[in-house]
Design a protein around this ligand. Structure first.
Ligand code: DLZ
Ligand code: SF4
Length: 517
């Protein structure tokens, strides 16, 4: 393509802004405008992301660039190995401005606060107009969320979710929820039945173009966490749609019932595995919800499954993103429980006798994925009970999961897993002993620890840590109505037993390397 005369818009597409309908692309003039996409070291290493996450983003960016070019639009695509690559997004925008002399920069707001600040600073430094547009990969704008939150004493996801149901009309019958209830979560808490067999999820076989990226990432990011051997992420809209269609046919009907269940060695269970595709813009949130709703209306999937699926997307996904933008940057500094310990090394190596933790770590190494209960009640719960400081916990979650972008990861850890936000996202800490993990999964049967034990050498470590957590945080948490029962049980405990629990928990923390920072 011949290079263009000066002028026209420079349209920035970030690595997770790959939707065809992205706001930065509306009113694009192919005769005058240039799209800028850049693989940069800063984004790949500001946390040492899992190799699969870097490969996914680079492969998806390259595929999107091919598609945009096929539509006759000029794309300035900067590869990671380009000798002139400045290493940062802001640097690449500056370089493109200097070389192409556009008359303005058009961009969709970044999903992450850090990068948004950098781009806002760049705008001040450059002598041309930046047209910053709403991130329309989400259904609820930041302004709408702020309006919803205004004047509320508590931000309750359930109320937000109901408003989103009304706004989208999903699963609505006039002004009422279909079936008479808004939330069927009570029906979605089955533990593993004997011999439970999840459907075989084929995921996506890497294309030749993706395999090329895998080889590059393996060579360049050798010291990053995880392996690439089992990479199976959708990198194009067509691949994402095929994965989603498989889910609708094979897994959606069981999704509700088994969404909290954990089975050793099973990664996908009945989960869709489409979070990366939604977050990168390969799938549209409203379209997937409508497709799931149609399955219920056709009688091909039960309401508890479809409602649960839709709630994750128009409820949780939109809610955590709203909270993130409402509360940043202060949100990142929160540490409501004063957690100050190191993250045990086994979070990286998987070398632990705790069968549940070892399974989740080995799964994230191989697949850069674990489902919500594994994240919340195994790795998150353990980190909270140990008193691991928020930063190392956040770092781990940002690194190991392919779908971790800060807008979703931070509310997930601070708000859900560790209660560092003190109750903005969830109304109580999701603390649990081994009994919960035993009820929801089959790990304990194959574990060297005794899930019923508390103090003996082979007692499940979650147990003493759980009671010690309640004990240590009594002044902060005992007032919470939702923890009434556990605190009642704790108060009935003999003081000598409480002392033994404290000693056992501290010995456990030391043995695990969760020592004070
Ligand atoms: C996560 C990520 C990675 C690994 N690499 C890039 C990149 O090379 N270029 C890019 O534009 N974006 C990348 N991203 C995504 C950004 O770090 C950031 O999370 C999002 O753009 C926020 O909306
Ligand atoms: Fe995990 Fe405890 Fe069960 Fe072992 S016994 S798998 S450590 S919950």
């Amino acid at each position: 393509m011949m290079s263009k005369p000066p002028g026209g818009a420079l349209r920035l597409l970030l690595g997770d802004q790959l939707s065809p309908a992205l706001s930065a692309l509306t009113d694009l003039d192919p005769a005058r405008d240039t799209v800028l996409m850049a693989e940069v070291l800063e984004e790949a290493t500001y946390v040492l992301h899992h190799k699969q996450k870097i490969a996914l983003i680079f492969a998806a960016m390259r595929a999107r660039a091919r598609a945009v070019r096929a539509d006759g639009v000029e794309v300035r695509y900067v590869r990671i190995d380009d000798p002139a690559n400045s290493g940062s997004i802001a640097g690449e925008v500056s370089r493109a401005i200097a070389e192409l002399s556009p008359d303005r920069v058009v961009r969709t707001a970044s999903g992450e606060w850090r990068l948004e600040q950098q781009l806002a600073a760049l705008e001040k430094a450059e002598a041309l107009a930046f047209d910053v547009r709403e991130d329309d990969r989400f259904l609820c704008s930041r302004t709408d969320f702020a309006r919803w939150a205004e004047g509320r004493r508590e931000l309750t996801m359930e109320w937000f979710y109901r408003d989103m149901r009304r706004r989208t009309g999903l699963l609505m019958d006039g002004g009422q929820p279909v079936g008479g209830r808004w939330n069927l979560d009570q029906e979605n808490r089955n533990g593993p039945a004997k011999g439970l067999r999840p459907p075989r999820n084929p995921r996506t076989q890497p294309s030749a173009a993706t395999r090329e990226v895998l080889a590059e990432v393996d060579a360049r990011f050798t010291h990053h966490f995880g392996t690439l051997d089992l990479f199976a992420w959708a990198t194009t809209a067509a691949e994402a749609r095929a994965e989603f269609d498989w889910f609708l046919d094979n897994a959606l009907p069981g999704f509700g019932q088994w969404q909290d269940t954990m089975v050793a060695g099973e990664t996908w269970m009945w989960h869709a595995g489409i979070s990366t595709s939604l977050h990168l813009g390969l799938l549209d949130p409203l379209e997937v919800c409508r497709a799931a709703e149609a399955r219920w209306r056709d009688g091909r999937a039960p309401l508890n499954a479809v409602e649960g699926f839709i709630r994750q997307i128009i409820g949780w996904r939109e809610f955590v993103r709203g909270v993130y933008w409402l509360k940043m940057p202060e949100y990142a500094l929160r540490n409501a429980l004063g957690a100050d310990r190191r993250l045990p090394e086994f979070y990286w190596t998987g070398e632990t006798d705790m069968a549940c933790v070892a399974d989740v770590v080995s799964q994230v190494k191989d697949h850069a994925y674990a489902h919500h209960i594994q994240r919340l009640m195994v790795t998150g719960n353990l980190a909270m009970l140990l008193g691991v400081a928020p930063d190392p916990v956040n770092d781990w979650y940002m690194v190991v999961f392919a779908d971790a972008f800060e807008w979703v990861e931070l509310p997930n850890t601070h708000g859900m897993a560790t209660f560092a936000d003190g109750g903005i996202v969830g109304s109580k800490p999701y603390a649990a002993s081994g009994a919960y993990i035993n009820r929801m999964g089959n790990y304990c049967a194959g574990c060297r620890y005794d899930v019923k034990g508390r103090l003996q050498d082979d007692a499940c470590p979650f147990n003493a840590l759980y009671w010690d957590f309640l004990d240590r945080n009594e002044t902060r948490l005992a007032g919470s109505g939702r923890l009434l029962m556990p605190y009642r049980n704790l108060s009935r405990m003999d003081p000598a037993e409480r002392q033994r629990i404290r000693a056992k928990a501290e010995a456990t923390r030391t043995a695990m390397g969760a020592t004070p920072l």
